[in-house]
Design a protein around this ligand. Structure first.
Ligand code: HEM
Length: 473
């Protein structure tokens, strides 16, 4: 109580919207509308570098704040209570845990899965799923009509990740839908749209995390909190983990590596081991699927709507693959211009657009010359940094060349977060983005229906649709 009052008293000198000074509902309302990033961005334009966006939350729009708020070391800020809304069934994951020791244990246990040698081994598996996706694209190309590419990219990303994390694809590409069957509490079977449910859950958590009593209230109303999304996926994962353990199959994928790392005895796995493997697989599936597919969609959109970039990218892709009949990741993985295009798409659209919230450690901290007491919530707004004119010069232009001219800009790419909690799957995401974008561009000519991309923000900033028409190149 007292601490909270003293924090309130130390923050008033920080300007911000009037309502935000008194209630978190101001931010929660804008997050609910999917426009938090832009409202906070406008507040910075009006009030300056420090903006109070909640009674206890300060947004700091300076690139210098990144190394403090997302710093490393024992005195670095931890994730704030916002992340409690992402905890499912009382078990914090590697993503949602706030406890630093718990996080290091979880992160260490998972890091070998994402080592570069492990990732190389996943490439053939990714390519086999990408092959299925291209067959579907062939059919849509023959039809010669506009269609929404976004759901297909989602099916692709979920199939790739479930193949790696569960041992076989969910099969969304094959069935052309995201429907999965799950057991209800009365043991009957129901069909659920898995991606829509994951989306709903993510949007809910992104709003509810802002005000601590919202997750508490909705705990008793699971239909509101999107809990059934996590439960459905957990059931699916549980089934797959059991199937894998009972088949004694030793496959070189994420699940195989997790099983080996835990030293599970496949003949008699115990309930705790099965629950642990299930939770890890689901976390990876949720964290790594639609993040990747949405990123691919926006990058493709920017390529197609910027003809000089499209021409140059196609030229370098054709150059790199000229002596191969069936070009794959090996031929395109080292093309600097393609990597620059990917980074520029992630920056301009800002796939991570909000400021990821952290909590000032005991003893407080100094950031950009101001002192913040222990427990103050701090964030650096990713959209605002990604569109900072001082940093980028021409922030609203899609200009991949900047990444080749100024290599130091890489430290300001916030798509994957920063510091000890940055994305563990980043390298896997680059393999997927590189392979899929190259495969599509090399095979088809693409037309978009509209140069505008409508987007919505939950935790991530996502496109809503991507209407395109394909023809043979
Ligand atoms: C382009 C695709 C991706 C984007 C834009 C992305 C973005 C992010 C961001 C911004 C964070 C930090 C969140 C925070 O600080 O709150 C994060 C964390 C994480 N991501 Fe990704 N991600 C992508 C792909 C993946 C993939 C493919 C996987 C795994 C298969 C993955 C697994 C994770 C995990 C486990 C964490 C939590 C890490 C930790 O707290 O230690 N992500 N991601």
């Amino acid at each position: 109580g007292l601490r909270y009052i003293s924090r309130r008293q130390s923050l008033p000198r920080i300007p911000g919207p009037f309502l935000a000074r008194w209630t978190n509902l101001w931010l929660a309302f804008h997050a609910h509308r999917g426009r938090r990033y832009i409202v906070v961005h406008k507040a910075h334009q009006r009030y300056g570098v420090f903006v109070r966006i909640g009674p206890n939350h300060v947004s700091i729009s300076s690139p210098d704040a990144l190394s403090v708020v997302y710093g490393q070391g024992p005195r670095a800020p931890s994730k704030s209570a916002y992340y409690d809304a992402f905890v499912c069934n009382g078990n914090p994951s590697i993503f949602s845990t706030r406890d630093r020791r718990d996080h290091s244990t979880k992160r260490r246990a998972m890091s070998h899965v994402f080592s570069s040698s492990a990732l190389e081994e996943f490439v053939p598996l990714i390519h086999s799923t990408l092959g299925q996706f291209m067959l579907k694209m062939d059919v849509l190309c023959e039809a010669g009509e506009f269609f929404d590419l976004l759901p297909w990219l989602n099916y692709l990303a979920f199939d790739i990740l479930s193949d790696l994390a569960f041992g076989e694809p969910i099969g969304m590409l094959q069935q052309g839908s995201d429907v999965v069957s799950v057991h209800l509490s009365d043991n009957s079977l129901a069909n659920e749209n898995a991606i829509a449910l994951v989306d709903k859950r993510e949007h809910f958590a992104a709003v509810a995390g802002i005000e601590s009593w919202i997750p508490w209230v909705t705990k008793y109303m699971p239909f509101l909190s999107g809990i059934q999304a996590a439960t459905s996926l957990e059931q699916l994962a549980h089934r797959q983990v059991l199937r894998r353990l009972s088949s004694f199959r030793n496959r070189n994928d994420i699940l195989g590596k997790l099983i080996n790392a835990r030293g599970c005895d496949a003949r008699s796995p115990n309930a705790a081991e099965i629950a642990g493997l299930t939770a890890e697989s689901v976390t990876l599936l949720v964290a790594g699927s639609d993040t990747t597919s949405n990123s691919i969609a926006v990058i493709l959109h920017f390529i197609i709507t910027n003809p000089p970039v499209y021409d140059e990218l196609l030229r370098v892709l054709l150059d790199a693959t000229s002596d191969s009949n069936e070009p794959g990741y090996e031929q395109v993985k080292n093309i600097p211009y393609l990597q620059a295009v990917i980074n520029e798409g992630l920056r301009l659209h800002s796939i991570t657009a909000i400021g990821l919230p952290r909590s000032a450690p005991s003893g407080g901290l100094v950031c950009c010359g101001l002192y913040f007491p222990e427990g103050t919530e701090l964030s650096v707004p990713a959209w605002t940094i990604s569109h900072d004119a001082e940093l980028w010069g021409d922030p609203d232009t899609f200009r991949p060349q900047r990444w080749l001219e100024q290599k130091e800009l890489r430290q300001y790419l916030l798509a994957f977060g920063k510091g000890p909690r940055a994305c563990i799957g980043q390298n896997l995401a680059y393999i997927e983005m590189t392979s899929v974008i190259a495969a599509i561009l090399l095979k088809y000519k693409i037309e978009v229906r509209s140069p505008e991309l409508t987007t919505i923000e939950g935790f991530m900033h996502k496109p809503l649709h991507m209407w395109i028409k394909l023809s043979r190149r």
